[in-house]
Design a protein around this ligand. Structure first.
Ligand code: NAI
Ligand code: MG
Length: 496
C-alpha cells in the first residue's frame, strides 16, 4: 500500500508579497477584497491575497500600455534587455530554496521536485530567451521592381498572460521569457490556487531592473480578473494555459477584438509500450508519465498502451511500483507524491475513479484517499480499460492511469489518435524504424521515444487538435510575441 509519511510541518517560508503588483507598486485591490490561498497538504490558510478585478486590471493595462507605448523597455538596446532577463534568472537562483518552499506550500508538490525540476527549468527558460533578445531581426527581400524591401520583427504589444496552478513558477518563466525578450509588456494573472510565487518573481524582476509597468501581476479569479484581461482593448495578445472549457470562453470573448491568442490546453496522451522495449525503463517512464506533479500535467501519459504479449507482466510491474510510491508531506525529502492542488481537483479525480469502477474497469491498485487531512490520493492504476470509458477519454488530471492492451500496429495508431486532444505521446521500443514510424503517425505536438517528460527551453511544446494552438519554448515560442512589419522603399531617384 502507499504509505503516509508522518506529517511534519517545516519552517514555513515567509510570505512577503500578497498585494497586486501594478506599475512597480504593491497595492491592495481597489475593492479592498482579498481571498485565501491554502496549503493543500493541511487545508490550512497560508495567506490572504489581494483579489483583483476589472478595476485593477484597468490600472495594470494602463501601466503596461504606457510602458509599451512610451517606456524604455521596447526601445532599449536589445542586448540590455537580455542582460536584465539574465539578472532575473540569477536572482531566482539565489532564492531557490525559499522559492521551492513557497511553491511547495502553495501548490502541494514535493519541495524536492520544485527544487530539482520546476525552478531549474524556469531558470533555463529565462536564460534561453535572454539569449534571444538581441537575435530577433528581419530579412531583406528581393521583390519585383526598383525597391528595397525588408521586414522588421516588432513586439506585439501588451501581452495578457493567464496561467494555471500546476507549475506556477515554470509557467511564469514560459510566459515572461519570450514576452520580455521580444520587448512586450505584461499583465499576468496567476491561478487563484497558487498566487504566491508569481508575486515573489515580480519583486525579483523589479530588483533585476525590469522597468516599472513592464510586468504587472493581478491576482484574482478567472471570471473577474481573467475575463477583464481578455476583454480589455489595451491588451494586444492573450496567452493562456489551462482548461479547454476556459479557452473556449476566452476565444469567444476575444473574438470581438480579433485578439491574438495562444492556448496551451489539456491532453489524454498515449504512452505506448512495445514488447521489444527496455521494460525497466518503460515501467519507470510509465510512472513519470502519469505521476509527475501528482498527475497534474497537461502532457500526462494517462493512457498506457501495452502490447498484448507482455501486458500482464508489465502491468504487474507498474502496479507494484505504484504501491511503492510514498505519498505524504511535500516538505519531506523522501516524499514522491504530495496532495492534489485543491478540493475541486480532488473531487474531480475521485469522481473519475468512481466512474472507472462503475464502467467495469479493474482498479488494480489505489483508488482511495490517503489520510483524512489534505487532498492526498493513492497512486491508482486501472486495467481492463475500454477506449469508450470516461477514464480513457477525459482528462483526469490526477494520479490515475488507464491501461489499454493492443496487438496490431494500425489498430494501435488509430486508437492512440482517437482523441480530441493531441498534446504529447511516447513510444517505448528498441526498434529504431518502428519508433520513427510511430512518431510520424501520432497526431501530437510532442513525441518522446524511450523517455517521458523531457523538456528543454529550446524545444517547442504545444498541442495538435484541441490541446491548443501556437507553441511555447524554442524559436517558435517567440513568434506569438512578435509582429512582422514589411517596409518597402522605392529606389527611384526623386524628381528634382
Ligand atoms: P481553468 O482553465 O479554469 O484555470 C486556468 C486559469 O484560467 C486560472 O488562472 C483561472 O483563474 C483562469 N480562468 C478561469 N476562468 C477564466 C475566464 N473566464 N477568463 C479568463 N481566465 C479564466 O482550469 P481549472 O479550473 O483550474 O482546472 C480545471 C481543469 O483544467 C483541470 O482539472 C485540468 O483538467 C485542466 N487544466 C489544464 C492545465 C494545463 O496545464 N493544460 C492546467 C490547469 C488545469
Ligand atoms: Mg494554494
Amino acid at each position: 500500500m502507499a504509505t503516509v509519511t508522518a506529517p511534519r510541518r517545516p519552517a514555513a517560508p515567509k510570505i512577503h508579497q500578497t498585494q497586486l503588483f501594478i506599475d512597480g507598486q504593491w497595492t491592495p485591490a481597489r475593492s479592498g477584497k482579498t481571498f485565501e490561498t491554502i496549503n493543500p497538504a493541511t487545508e490550512e490558510v497560508i495567506a490572504q491575497v489581494a483579489e483583483g478585478d476589472a478595476a485593477d486590471v484597468e490600472l495594470a493595462v494602463r501601466a503596461a500600455r504606457k510602458a509599451f507605448d512610451d517606456g524604455p523597455w521596447p526601445r532599449m538596446n536589445a542586448r540590455e534587455r537580455g542582460r536584465i532577463i539574465l539578472r532575473l534568472a540569477d536572482l531566482i537562483e539565489e532564492e531557490i530554496e525559499e522559492l521551492a518552499a513557497l511553491e511547495s506550500l502553495d501548490n502541494g508538490k514535493p519541495v524536492s521536485d520544485a527544487r530539482a525540476g520546476d525552478i531549474p527549468l524556469a531558470l533555463d527558460c529565462l536564460r534561453y530567451y535572454a539569449g534571444w533578445a538581441d537575435k530577433i531581426h528581419g530579412q531583406t527581400i528581393p521583390i519585383n521592381g526598383n525597391y528595397f524591401c525588408y521586414t522588421r520583427r516588432e513586439p506585439v504589444g501588451v501581452a495578457g498572460q493567464i496561467i494555471p496552478w500546476n507549475f506556477p513558477i515554470l509557467m511564469v518563466a514560459w510566459k515572461w521569457g519570450p514576452a520580455l525578450a521580444a520587448g512586450c509588456t505584461i499583465v499576468m494573472k496567476p491561478a487563484e490556487q497558487t498566487p504566491l510565487t508569481a508575486l515573489r518573481l515580480a519583486r525579483l524582476a523589479q530588483k533585476a531592473g525590469v522597468p516599472d509597468g513592464v510586468i504587472n501581476v493581478v491576482t484574482g479569479f478567472g471570471p473577474t480578473a481573467g475575463a477583464a484581461i481578455v476583454n480589455h482593448p489595451g491588451i494586444d495578445k492573450v496567452a493562456f494555459t489551462g482548461s479547454g472549457e476556459t479557452a473556449q470562453i476566452i476565444m469567444r470573448q476575444a473574438a470581438g477584438q480579433l485578439k491574438r491568442l495562444t492556448f496551451e490546453l489539456g491532453g489524454k496522451s498515449p504512452n505506448i509500450v512495445f514488447a521489444d522495449a527496455d521494460l525497466d525503463a518503460a515501467a519507470a517512464g510509465a510512472h513519470v508519465g502519469i505521476y509527475l506533479n501528482q498527475g497534474q500535467c497537461c502532457c500526462a501519459g494517462s493512457r498506457l498502451f501495452v502490447e498484448d504479449t507482455i501486458h500482464d507482466a508489465f502491468v504487474a510491474r507498474v502496479v507494484e511500483g505504484s504501491r511503492q510510491r510514498r505519498v505524504g508531506d511535500p516538505f519531506d525529502p523522501g516524499t514522491h507524491q504530495g496532495p492534489q492542488v485543491d478540493k475541486a481537483q480532488f473531487d474531480k479525480i475521485m469522481g473519475y475513479i468512481e466512474a472507472g469502477k462503475k464502467e467495469g474497469a479493474t482498479c488494480a491498485t489505489g483508488g482511495k484517499r490517503v489520510g483524512d487531512r489534505g487532498f492526498f490520493i493513492e497512486p491508482t492504476v486501472f486495467t481492463n480499460v475500454k477506449d469508450e470509458m470516461a477514464i480513457a477519454r477525459e482528462e483526469i488530471f490526477g494520479p490515475v492511469l488507464s491501461v489499454l492492451k493492443f496487438s496490431d500496429m494500425d489498430e494501435l495508431i488509430r486508437r492512440a489518435n482517437a482523441t480530441t486532444f493531441g498534446l504529447a505521446a511516447a513510444v517505448w521500443t528498441r526498434d529504431v524504424a518502428k519508433a520513427h514510424d510511430v512518431a510520424r503517425r501520432l497526431r501530437a505536438g510532442t513525441v518522446w521515444v524511450n523517455c517521458y517528460d523531457v523538456f528543454d527551453a529550446a524545444a517547442p511544446f504545444g498541442g495538435f487538435k484541441q490541446s491548443g494552438f501556437g507553441r511555447e519554448l524554442g524559436e517558435r515560442g517567440l513568434e506569438p510575441y512578435l509582429e512582422t512589419k514589411t517596409v518597402t522603399v522605392s529606389l527611384d531617384q526623386p524628381r528634382a
